[in-house]
Write a new protein. Structure first.
Length: 423
């Protein structure tokens, strides 16, 4: 398996440490994020450097976005070409790059039509709107309800925090958006009961919005039998099956789409994070039968512009040409094997390793005092960037071009981080 990674940047040759003043940053920027005390300045492949010239192995990849790592030649070429040619016009006109990207996505998925936007939350908003219109015009439901799962994550707009069945994202932002109801994940009986109970009067279940693998909610893979049954009940009732592929899609699972893992096709699905390799872009994809939007009913100023689509197309073609999915599968196996060895060494702290391809989680025992933040902070000291998925799960999301040697290096660093926190 040969993956071409960009030549490693040599920060010592070109680099002068700069001072970074976080207190002036914190005075100017709203404190919506809890930040680690490092400022990242440059990157190449799976490595990034901070303003002090310290090197880190990046196993966050912009939270599952930088699929080709940093400064990949295919992205540098596409960004440069597109900004020189045409970067933004408007959907008042035909945009050739948008059509080309849509055709690539359709050729490589079960979808027939694509709508482009700029983020995951917007893609899910589009899916919610399409589902509601389908409910009103086809299913003849006056008050459509969309079922979503506990511990899900669907974004930060008002409708998508409502869809996200976790109170920590909703607190103080009520009144929430009506038309959502929650069920436990991987529990088919609960879905069956909800569809039965909620179909009353003007109300009716119109869609089930669900992640094939829950990312933010703790890296929890969907059960094959559960998803098969969801497909079956949707076929029987006409309820739309909508997959949120924002985190797990675009190759991260080792297949292009998470649903390929489950052997079930959605009617609608959404993509964003990895789609542009780190350039902001989102997409809502649907089968022809439920594409009920008409001109003027949904829009986005930036959605599908030549810049985002030209770069995303380069990312898609690179994933295909360089056979990156095979790398995702092999490196994922290698990573899980290594993580299980670390787990075997610390059975009192680590309870489970799980995931698909290069989206993996390490769950800490409920009984240990250790939190995912403790491990992430210790790993940063060892030069490894990781991200929590909740208080007890550590998430591993390297670029999809990660090499065998880089996985080994990350495992060594993580091993040292555990030594640090367990002494
Ligand atoms: C990140 C994420 C979103 C939200 O995407 P944004 O681009 O931050 O709006 C939605 N769904 C899932 C599964 C995600 O992981």
């Amino acid at each position: 398996m040969s993956i071409e990674t960009p030549a490693k940047l040599q920060p010592t040759e070109t680099f002068t440490p700069t001072s970074f003043d976080n207190s002036s940053f914190d005075k100017a920027v709203m404190s919506t994020y809890g930040r680690y005390a490092i400022a990242l300045e440059r990157g190449a492949g799976c490595r990034v450097w901070d303003t002090q010239g310290r090197e880190y192995l990046d196993f966050v990849a912009g939270i599952a976005t930088c699929t080709l790592g940093h400064a990949h030649p295919a992205m540098v070429e596409a960004v440069t070409r597109q900004i020189q040619k045409l970067h933004h016009v408007s959907n008042l006109y035909y945009i050739p790059e948008q059509g080309e990207l849509a055709r690539w996505l359709i050729k490589h998925s079960c979808a027939d039509r694509v709508f482009f936007c700029n983020s995951g939350a917007e893609a899910n908003e589009a899916a919610i709107k399409l589902t509601r219109k389908y409910a009103h015009t086809v299913l003849k439901i006056e008050r459509p309800i969309i079922l979503t799962a506990h511990s899900s994550f669907h974004g930060r707009t008002l409708a998508t925090i409502t869809a996200t069945a976790q109170s920590k994202y909703q607190k103080h932002f009520d009144p929430l958006v009506p038309g959502f109801s929650y069920v436990p994940y991987n529990d088919f009986a609960a879905v069956e009961a909800a569809i039965g109970e909620l179909d009353e009067g003007d109300y009716g279940v119109a869609g089930i919005l669900i992640e094939p693998l829950q990312g933010e909610g703790g890296v929890r893979p969907g059960d094959v039998s559960y998803f098969r049954k969801l497909r079956q009940i949707c076929n029987e009732t006409g309820v739309l099956l909508i997959f949120d592929e924002v985190q797990v899609g675009m190759g991260r699972s080792g297949k292009l789409w998470g649903y390929e893992y489950l052997g079930v096709e959605p009617d609608i699905f959404t993509s964003a994070k990895g789609l542009g390799g780190g350039i902001p872009i989102g997409a809502m994809l649907a089968k022809k039968f439920c594409d009920v939007f008409q001109a003027g009913e949904h829009a986005s100023t930036f959605g599908g512009n030549p810049f985002a689509c030209g770069v995303a197309l380069a990312v898609c073609e690179t994933i295909e040409k360089e056979n990156i999915l095979a790398n995702v599968q092999a490196r994922g196996e290698q990573l899980r094997t290594g993580l299980k060895l670390i787990a075997a060494k610390y059975p009192q702290h680590i309870s489970e390793i799980r995931g698909w391809g290069l989206i993996n989680g390490m769950e800490l025992n409920a009984s240990t005092d250790l939190t995912s933040s403790d491990i992430v902070n210790a790993a940063i000291k060892e030069g490894l960037l990781l991200v929590p998925a909740g208080p007890k799960v550590i998430r591993f999301l390297p670029p999809l071009i990660v090499t065998e040697a880089e996985i080994n290096q990350a495992l060594d660093s993580l091993g040292r981080a555990f030594e640090q926190v367990t002494v």
